[in-house]
Design a binder for this molecule. Sequence first.
Ligand code: UT7
Length: 343
Amino acid sequence: MFFNNSCCSTILLFMNKINAAITGVGAYVPEYILTNDEISKMVDTSDEWIMTRIGIKERRILKKKGLGSSDMGTKAVINLLEKTNTLPSEIDLLICSTVTPDMQFPATANIISDKVGIKNAFSFDLNAGCSGFLFGMSTAAKFVESGNYKKVVLVGTDKMSSIVDYTDRSVSPIFGDGAGAVLFEPTNENVGVIDEILHTDGAGRVHLHQKAGGSVKPASHETVDAREHFVYQEGRHVFKHAVMGMADVAIEIMKKHKLTVEDIDWLVPHQANMRIIDATARRMGLKRNKVMINIEKYGNTTAGTLPLLLWEWENKLKKNDNLIFATFGAGFTWGTIFLKWAY
Ligand code: UT7
């Protein structure tokens, strides 16, 4: 007899532990490319300013009238189901992270489920600003780890162009439209979501929000005239908190799991500003060749950002790769997830 009883039960528990693994990625970006040169014709800015201060060259815009976040999310989910040979009827739950829902209610998740033909699932929206997809990963993982749900879709989709004021030079270059989706499934292998550190500080809401259109200030002629249905951001203040927040949690999770720079295969950071991404990587001790970056061509797509990165890097990822996700966004919300790639 090598093991005593408690040792045996610990090993059994470990063997039976259900982890939530990402088993596929889908995405969609609209065709229309909004360049810095075109933005320079709308507001007093330049390609040089945008490239040096933010690091964005172009972004995608969903142009056609009558289309919203659900249309991009639907395309991303269909792409995901096709790639993973999954039938809509097999999905147990669909979570949609967004700050630009099709409408106040019902949830965009329900609209996506309907458009995709997902009939045997329940669905709901989750709003955590630019950390929406990260918080969604945590939520999706919990449902899978419970053992009650086998196939959970998490979609991040944002039509940021619907809330960007294209007469405001401090906001208009930053955002783009796009969507991505991942499938979470249970596994007994030591892959998938390993750990997380998530934070919110509601006091930060004053620095980044949309002033009107909610229950406090419903839409009126006055709110439209005052241009209060757009993103309001105090950039410098948010920048300072984003640099600290993202790097602090990423370093904390590295320390907690005794991960060295060599152990980390990829940093998957939110793409709000190239200088924030560089500062986070620098504090973690990572070189740029281990950082997923797509800000130059898509800008900040809010909840779409993380899955768009995974979609583009999918071919480079290997089973057991260690990924550190890190985000910061409106709320304030910020956090990190340590995930082992499953395929
Ligand atoms: O994803 C959600 C979380 N959001 C973020 O993480 C965003 C964090 N913030 C940022 O990325 C940056 O603060 C911005 C990109 C928004 C702004 O860059 P900045 O280097 O912080 O610029 P600033 O706001 O301090 O403004 C510096 C100057 C100002 O002129 P004065 O007052 O110094 O004369 C602005 O008026 O740059 C001016 N400026 C511009 N100039 C040319 C602001 N926007 C522009 C522009 N083109 N587009």
